[in-house]
Design a binder for this molecule. Structure first.
Ligand SMILES: [Zn+2]
Length: 432
């Protein structure tokens, strides 16, 4: 029987590792994830853990480490890149890895270098303790998630498909929360599905001319009228079974006072975050046209960031959008397109998570969730591999603003909790 884990010492180790990891600037673009892979490789090598790397482009790299029997492995998936920062809004150096007031500060602490360290320590601890495994464990650190995964998991799918072979993926996509609805109930969330990005570019070409002589065929005016019709297109609010389960679980935990479809529809009027998880959404994100105040332009473009519910057919949505725009002069180019997927909510994984958090965190609840953003899990789900968003930290709602925002931070207590919970979940799933 191995001795019990010295969690004080593991927490100190994890804190230093997260500080070092944050100091590696992997802002994407350009990414520079090879630097992160080199550092992760040094940590693994010091533990005597074998790993492979794969360069997807100059300066861009991915890393995999495996242990145990290969069949039906549990993959601890994380991305090494982060979104860029607006330094002037930060109170601390976003790449300083500062430790203050019990928090590690910096870009990526929440999204998702903190979870990366939690996964790394889970993997390393299982190795160090020589836990006998009946199923394999994979640690996979991928590049380029924040820019759509072309040099990360999508590249791996094309060039190293064997890296994706596994039976279960644990990834970002749903933080545990506390302090919701004015209560300190610990809520651990599991996301078996996510909204699906569908990015479009609209283009209108027209006759250029002198601004002093309007000729009635101004492409910019065409585009503005088309966009006005898009903005006026009402999206149906439709709570899926997963979102109904989410709201019921939040209600049962006292974190929401909403129950039933009629209630959800009413609550969605006040909550953009809830609305985004029960409907398709369209955000007009860029518009470009014109070169000078007195020249009628020859071309006008706009981009739409559409996010579809996971069961919506993108082609059907596009056909409907064309009908709404109702103008042959507007051409629509699909910039990216993915199929939605949903992993089973009831699974061995969900059962083990419920058992572990019930044992470890008093009064905690497990809540199913639909991720409103997108993650690399989508690529696994489309291959039929169950993938879950599950970050077992208990984040305060105000700290969530740090995700892609300013003053991003993760508490040392959360780092410790995350490793304790994930270690136990993975141990129960994989130990012989
Ligand atoms: Zn992320």
């Amino acid at each position: 029987m191995p001795t019990s884990i010295d969690w004080e010492s593991v927490t100190r180790e994890a804190t230093v590792l997260l500080q070092e990891y944050v100091r590696i600037d992997t802002s994407n673009p350009p990414g520079n994830e090879a630097k992160a892979v080199e550092w992760l490789g040094q940590v693994l090598a010091a533990e005597g853990i074998a790993f492979e790397t794969a360069e997807s482009a100059p300066g861009r790299s991915n890393l995999i480490a495996r242990m145990g029997p290969p069949a039906d492995a549990v993959c601890l998936l994380n991305h090494t890149d982060v979104v860029p920062v607006e330094r002037e809004y930060w109170n601390r150096d976003p790449f300083g890895g500062e430790l203050a007031d019990g928090f590690v500060y910096g870009r990526g602490t929440l999204d998702m270098k903190g979870m990366g360290i939690i996964e790394l320590l889970t993997f390393v601890l299982l190795k160090r303790r020589g836990v006998a495994l009946r199923r394999g464990i994979i640690f996979l650190a991928a590049a380029d998630e924040e820019a759509g995964s072309a040099y990360g998991v999508s590249w791996i799918e094309k060039h190293r498909p064997e890296w994706l072979a596994c039976g279960l993926v644990i990834n970002e996509g749903a933080y545990g929360l506390t302090g919701i609805g004015g209560r300190d109930t610990p809520l651990f969330q599991i996301a078996p599905s996510e909204k699906v990005p569908f990015w479009l570019q609209l283009t209108v070409r027209g006759r250029p001319g002198h601004g002093s002589v309007p000729h009635g065929d101004n492409c910019a005016e065409h585009l503005v009228r088309a966009l006005d019709r898009v903005a006026g297109w009402t999206q149906e609010l439709r709570p899926t079974p997963l979102m109904l389960a989410h709201v019921e679980a939040m209600n049962a935990a006292g974190a929401m006072s909403t129950s039933g479809v009629a209630d959800i529809l009413k609550a969605a009027e006040r909550s953009p975050a809830l609305r985004a998880r029960i409907s398709n959404t369209i955000s007009l994100t860029t518009m470009n046209t014109g070169i000078k105040v007195n020249v009628i332009p020859a071309v006008a473009t706009a981009t739409l960031d559409c996010r579809l519910l996971p069961d919506v057919d993108p082609d059907g949505f596009l056909a409907e959008l064309k009908r709404v725009i109702d103008d042959d002069r507007v051409t629509i180019e699909v910039l990216n397109r993915f199929e939605g997927g949903e992993s089973p909510l009831e699974s061995e994984f969900a059962r083990v998570v419920r058992e572990v958090v019930a044992d470890m965190v008093e009064g905690s609840q497990v809540v199913p969730e639909l991720t409103s953003g997108f993650t690399d899990s989508r690529i696994y789900r489309s291959r039929g591999v169950p993938a879950y968003g599950f970050v077992p930290c208990l984040v305060q709602p105000e700290d969530l603003a740090g995700v892609h925002g300013h003053n991003e931070r993760l508490s040392v207590d959360n780092l410790r909790l995350g490793i304790q919970v994930l270690y136990e979940v993975v141990r129960r799933l994989c130990a012989a």
